[in-house]
Write a protein that binds this ligand. Structure first.
Ligand code: TPP
Length: 647
């Protein structure tokens, strides 16, 4: 391990202010080393965090970290901030169960003002804090730091519109590295590129000097202009920020501590909204920073065994090698060969949704609309309206931002948009902001919508084929998991609103949704060894529910357990319960097994699944308790605080 004398010397955040510029640059190097070491092991947002180390230090040097309010957009780039605010000792636990969270996290530190993970919103929140300060006559500065990719979110502009209008002092730092996860897209990115390369004020000043010195009285004109320096710059280079009422500074080198601290000192005393445009390099300090900023966005976690308790002895989950995401892209590729009307849409996540590979195969058939989930869905609706077959792939939790567009453009207009929700259910190490545990609940209330979840790759293929031929909106839910091999089981072709029975037993029935079907089958295997025979059914649809199947299960079994990787409230089980109640079936026989009404903390997906009794073993336990007429197994209270966020 390399020596880290400067980082060792930071006992409290104020210690940064005692360091001179040279010492700060040593500290920056040590912080980068520390981040690289941990992130290469644990995974995490590597490129973004390496890029903002100098900026973080400059902010710490100039602002009063205890008094002023520093809000990092999405807060995924706060590793340096964490190292400086008392979390260094635990930093090696980053993203691990019970360890340091990969995002700003209020319970962790008084210096994390918000629990964030979705981007684009910090300006609105910072604006709220600024207005509150003004009304309450509180003396502090509010600073929001937002990336150029996140600046493609509509909500950021809604905030700029208000901030510029109110004209209260607030600092927005645009951290521009030219990359979102992939290259930042759209006209705004070209615009930032223009701003980045625009001649600096200083150069223009030299030109003016050269010009004016040939005229009598030119000197006094020049000094008058110098007096109007700031205004001159704004009028020489007006830009969208100045037009919105911001004082624009920049672009400045975000790795030059001397320039950064100087300009921040100046900005700090402005009595109006300021936008400081800082240019940084994604992955700064990493050998691949210059060549692969995309690859550096998120370092892949090197999986270490998570402990024997997680897997029943000698038992591997029935897993094939293909992820649901991969299965989706393969299916989409095959369908697209035959149907030229199919096009794909991503909201800045071409990699995570697998569409990078699709784009290679079908150049020009993927539309990356930037970090704008609302636009993605509205755009898909337009494409569908005008004759194409759009497939819009978004992470479940990010789709929440598009709620109203799903309601109006997709459902009220009954347009054939296929929304593929990746990372639906427990997302793992990214934690509470990224778990997609709510989509069934928030979508199933809309008329016209069809909600489906595949149990395996075969279901993925057939569901996508159905969706891309459907006459109305369809949502397919994909978990962050590998598809199981269920080739040995009977397979009924997918039909809208129909589930299938995979094995029969008389002692009870498990009705699984999507990824939980394979786990239910594992549970059934375990129970069979104890002489308990259960039916396992694959529900396939959360809307419309296969009511006939649900009724049959209730009528022919002493109990029915619904299992889903989703919040219990409003989820699949709840939908089954409603249907049965409406038909006067004995809903007392129904037991719901789902994610409790809590925000889940970060941990390995399998760890969370195990804790919530959603793995084969856990589901078998729940069945045993139902048979024994005992209350459902409760999560271990000792570990509760590491799994649930209750604060
Ligand atoms: C609403 C929402 N959509 C998508 C994401 C996934 N995401 C996390 S960071 C990121 C890129 C942000 O890019 P930028 O703002 O340029 O910051 P950088 O990482 O380059 O520093 C994306 C798309 C998210 N966190 N929130």
């Amino acid at each position: 391990m390399a020596e880290t004398p400067f980082l060792d010397g930071i006992q409290q955040p104020e210690d940064v202010q005692k360091l001179n510029l040279e010492e700060l640059s040593h500290l920056a190097r040590e912080i980068r080393e520390e981040i690289m070491q941990v992130v290469m092991k644990n995974g995490g947002h590597l490129g973004s965090n390496l890029g903002v180390v100098d900026l973080t230090l400059a902010i710490y040097k100039i602002f009063d970290i205890r008094k002023d309010l520093i809000i990092w957009d999405g807060s995924y780039q706060t590793y340096a901030h964490k190292l400086l605010t008392g979390r260094r000792e635990r930093f090696h636990t980053l993203r691990k169960f019970g360890g340091v969270c990969g995002f700003g996290w209020k319970p962790e530190s008084e210096f994390d003002p918000f629990n964030f993970g979705h981007v684009g919103t910090s300006l609105a929140t910072a604006y709220g804090c600024t207005v509150a300060d003004h009304r309450m006559e509180r003396d502090r500065r509010v600073v929001s730091i937002i990336g150029d990719g996140s600046m493609t979110s509509g909500v950021a502009y809604e905030a700029l519109n208000n901030i510029g209008h109110t004209r209260l002092p607030m600092t927005v730092i645009l951290n521009d590295n030219g990359f979102s996860i992939a290259k930042t897209v759209g006209a705004l990115s070209s615009y930032f590129q223009q701003l980045r390369t625009a001649p600096l004020y200083d150069e223009a000043k030299k030109e003016i000097h050269k010009f004016l010195q040939h005229f009598p009285g030119g000197k006094s004109v020049e000094s008058m202009l110098e007096g109007m320096r700031r205004g001159l710059k704004q009028s020489l280079f007006p830009n969208m920020f100045t037009a919105l009422g911001f004082q624009y500074y920049g672009p400045i080198d975000g790795h030059d501590l001397s320039k950064l601290t100087r300009v921040l000192q100046n900005v700090k005393h402005q009595d109006k909204p300021v936008l400081l445009h800082v240019v940084t390099q994604k992955g700064k300090g990493h050998p691949d920073a210059g060549t692969d900023p995309y690859g550096l966005h998120k370092a892949v976690e090197v999986k270490v065994p998570t402990g024997a308790k997680l897997e029943p002895e000698g038992k591997e989950p029935p897993i094939a090698s293909k992820s649901y995401t991969r299965a989706f892209v393969d299916a989409l590729t095959d369908l697209s060969e035959k149907d030229p009307k199919i096009v794909a849409i991503t909201a800045a996540m071409p990699d995570g949704t697998g569409l990078v590979d699709y784009e290679k195969k079908f150049p020009g058939r993927v539309y990356d609309v930037g970090i704008s989930e609302q636009c993605a869905v509205g755009f898909a609706a337009g494409l569908a309206h005008s004759g194409l077959r759009p497939v819009c792939a978004i992470y479940s939790s990010f789709s929440q931002r598009a709620y109203d567009i799903v309601f109006q453009e997709m459902c009220l207009n009954n347009l054939p948009v296929t929304l593929v929700l990746d990372r639906a259910g427990i997302a793992g190490e990214d934690g509470p902001t990224h778990h997609g545990n709510f989509d069934i609940a928030f979508l199933r209330t809309f008329p016209n919508i069809t909600l489906m979840a595949p149990k395996d790759e075969k279901d993925v293929r057939e569901m996508l084929a159905l969706a891309t031929r459907a006459e109305g909106p369809v949502v397919i839910r994909l978990p962050r998991e590998k598809t199981p091999s269920l080739e040995h089981l009977p397979h009924t072709p997918v039909e809208i609103g129909k589930g299938e029975i995979l094995r029969e037993g008389k002692d009870g029935a498990i009705l699984g949704y999507g990824v939980m079907v394979a786990r239910a089958l594992e549970a059934a295997d375990m129970l069979q060894k104890e002489g308990i025979e259960v039916t396992v059914a694959n529900a396939r649809f959360a809307k419309p529910i296969d009511t006939e199947l649900a009724c049959r299960l209730v009528q022919n079994h002493p109990w029915v357990l619904t299992v889903e990787d989703h919040a219990c409230q409003g989820g699949f089980g709840s939908a089954v319960l409603e249907e049965l109640a409406l038909r006067n079936e004995d809903s007392r026989k129904i037991h719901l097994h789902a994610i409790p009404d809590r925000f889940l903390q970060h941990a390995d997906r399998e760890e969370l699944v195990h804790y919530l009794h959603l793995d084969g073993e856990g589901i078998a336990d729940v069945c045993r308790m139902i048979i024994a007429k005992e209350p459902a197994p409760q999560p271990d209270p000792e570990q509760r605080k590491h799994f649930f966020y209750e604060g």
